[in-house]
Ligand binder design. Structure first.
Ligand code: ATP
Ligand code: MG
Length: 440
C-alpha cells in the first residue's frame, strides 16, 4: 500500500484480540459508573474553537500547541476536541441541565492532540470522562476517588498511587500566584523558555514543568498550603478524612497543579511507574469557576479523565486475561442442502431459552478443516451436518471439550427436534454465565 494511503502518525487502528481487552476494560468502567449513579452523556467530537480556548485557557499546552483546528467550509473555526469537559459543560448549559439541578455524567470517546507520538501518547487517543456538576464537595470529591480505587481492584491493577493537592479559591490563588511570580522572576536566568513565557500569565504552570533542570528551583518555591483560606483547608481535610475512612491511600503533592486554568481546590492524579515516562493514568479536579467563566450561573463541579490507552496497557501488564466470548455451539455443514439446515438449527438454538451462542461455519471446506475451526472457536460442542443427516432430519452432536459432570463424552446422533435438549447438559455450570462477566 502506498504511504500516502496509510493511517496518520499517532492515529492507531485497534484490532482483535486487543479490541476484546478494550471492551472488557470499557465494560468494567461503564458498569462501575452506572452502579455509582452516573449517566452517560454524548457530545460532539467537533466544537467551535472558541469553546476550548475559553474553557481550557489560552496559556496551556493544549491550546498553545496541541489542538487540531481548522476552518470549516463556512469559514467557522472548529476544533477536534482535545478533552471532554468543555463539551459536556457546554451541553449542560445549552440544555439547562444545571438550573437547581445536580448531574452525574460520564462520557467516552476519542480525543485529539497534536503531540509527538510515542508509547502511551497518541494524536488520537481515548478517554473515559466523568463529571459531577452542582456539587460543592468534599463528599463528591471523595466519591470519585473511592470509585477509582474500586476500578483498580476490579481490573486487578495494583501499581497506581494517588496524589492530591488543593489549589484553594481564585482569591487565594491570586495572592499565591503573585508571590510565586516574584519568586521565579528572581531566578529568571535559570528558567527555560516555556517557564519564562508562563511567568506573567500562569506561573502556577511552572510547578508542573517536566524539565528536570528546574526541579531544584521548583522545590524551593513557596507552597500553596501556606496561602490556603480556612474554607478550602476544611474542604481538603474533609476529603482526606473520607479517603482515610474508605482506606484509599493518598499522598499530598504540593507541586500538583494540573495544566488547565479552570481548576480550583481539589486536584488529583493517579500515577504509575509501570508505563515509563507516560506515568499519568487518570487526572482531574474541581473546576468551580468554569460555568460562570463561560457565562452561566456559578456552579461547583468536579471531574476527571482516564486515558484508556494507558489503562488498557496497565491492565495487560497486571496479567489477568480479559474474559473472552466463545460460542456454545459451532455448526459444521458439508454437502447438498446442509447449509439451509445449519441456518435453521442455528436460529432455533438462538431462540431457545436461555439463548445459546451459536457460530455457523461459513465459507465451505471439508469436514476436517471445519472441525479444526470448530475446535479453535472454543465452543463446547459441534453440531455436524452431512447429506445423510439432512435426509434423516438428524444431526451429529460432538462434545469438543470435557463438559460438566453428567454430560457424555461420546458423539451421538440426535433428531433435529430434540437437539437443544441434547446440547443443554454440556452448557450447564459456570461456563454458561452471562455474556459480560462481572469481576467482583
Ligand atoms: P500528560 O502529562 O501525560 O501529557 P495531561 O496532563 O496532558 O497528561 P490530561 O489532559 O489530564 O493529561 O488527560 C487525562 C489523561 O488522558 C492522562 O492522564 C492520560 O492518561 C491521557 N492522555 C492525555 N494525553 C494523551 C495522549 N496524547 N495519548 C494518550 N493518552 C493521553
Ligand atoms: Mg499533555
Amino acid at each position: 500500500m502506498s504511504e500516502s494511503l496509510q493511517a496518520l502518525r499517532g492515529m492507531e487502528d485497534l484490532l482483535p484480540p486487543a479490541s476484546g481487552t478494550w471492551q472488557h476494560v470499557e465494560n468494567t468502567l461503564r458498569g462501575l459508573l452506572l452502579d455509582y449513579g452516573y449517566q452517560e452523556i454524548r457530545v460532539p467530537i467537533v466544537e467551535r474553537t472558541e469553546l476550548f480556548k475559553r474553557s481550557i485557557g489560552e496559556v496551556t499546552d493544549i491550546v498553545e500547541k496541541e489542538m487540531y483546528t481548522f476552518d470549516d467550509r463556512n469559514g467557522v473555526s472548529v476544533t477536534l476536541r482535545p478533552e471532554a469537559t468543555a463539551g459536556i459543560v457546554r451541553a449542560c448549559m445549552e440544555h439547562g441541565l444545571l438550573r437547581n439541578q445536580r448531574q452525574k455524567f460520564f462520557s467516552t470517546g476519542p480525543m485529539f492532540r497534536y503531540e509527538k507520538p510515542q508509547k502511551g501518547r497518541y494524536r488520537q487517543f481515548h478517554q473515559f470522562d466523568v463529571e459531577a456538576l452542582g456539587f460543592a464537595g468534599p463528599d463528591i470529591d471523595a466519591e470519585l476517588l473511592i470509585l477509582l480505587a474500586r476500578l483498580w481492584r476490579l481490573l486487578g491493577i495494583s501499581h497506581v498511587s494517588l496524589q492530591i493537592n488543593t489549589l484553594g479559591t481564585a482569591e487565594t490563588r491570586q495572592r499565591y500566584r503573585a508571590d510565586l511570580s516574584s519568586f521565579f522572576r528572581e531566578s529568571f536566568d535559570l528558567l527555560d523558555e516555556d517557564s519564562r513565557r508562563r511567568l506573567d500569565r500562569n506561573p502556577l504552570r511552572i510547578l508542573d514543568s517536566k524539565n528536570a533542570e528546574l526541579a531544584d528551583l521548583i522545590a524551593r518555591a513557596p507552597q500553596m498550603t501556606q496561602y490556603l483560606d480556612a474554607e478550602s483547608a476544611a474542604h481538603f481535610a474533609g476529603l482526606r478524612t473520607l479517603l482515610d475512612d474508605a482506606g484509599v491511600a493518598h499522598t499530598v503533592n504540593p507541586r500538583l497543579v494540573r495544566g488547565l486554568d479552570y481548576y480550583g481546590r481539589t486536584v488529583f492524579e493517579w500515577v504509575t511507574d509501570r508505563l515509563g515516562s507516560q506515568g499519568a493514568v487518570c487526572a482531574g479536579g474541581r473546576y468551580d469557576g468554569l460555568v460562570a467563566h463561560l457565562g452561566g450561573e456559578a456552579t461547583p463541579a468536579i471531574g476527571f479523565a482516564i486515558g484508556l490507552e494507558r489503562l488498557v496497557e496497565l491492565f495487560a501488564l497486571a496479567g489477568q486475561p480479559a474474559p473472552t466470548r466463545v460460542p456454545d455451539v459451532y455448526i459444521v455443514a458439508a454437502g447438498e442442502g446442509t447449509s439451509r439446515l445449519a441456518f435453521r438449527i442455528a436460529e432455533s438454538l438462538r431462540n431457545d431459552v436461555p439463548p445459546m451462542r451459536v457460530e455457523v461455519h461459513c465459507g465451505s471446506g471439508g469436514f476436517k478443516s471445519q472441525m479444526k475451526r470448530a475446535d479453535r472457536s472454543g465452543a463446547q460442542v459441534a453440531v455436524i451436518l452431512g447429506e445423510d443427516e439432512v435426509a434423516a432430519g438428524a444431526a451429529v452432536l460432538k462434545p469438543l471439550r470435557s463438559g460438566p459432570m453428567g454430560a457424555g463424552t461420546e458423539q451421538q446422533t440426535v433428531a433435529v427436534a430434540s437437539l437443544a435438549d441434547a446440547i443443554r447438559p454440556y452448557l450447564a455450570g459456570p461456563l454458561t454465565g452471562p455474556v459480560i462477566e462481572t469481576v467482583r
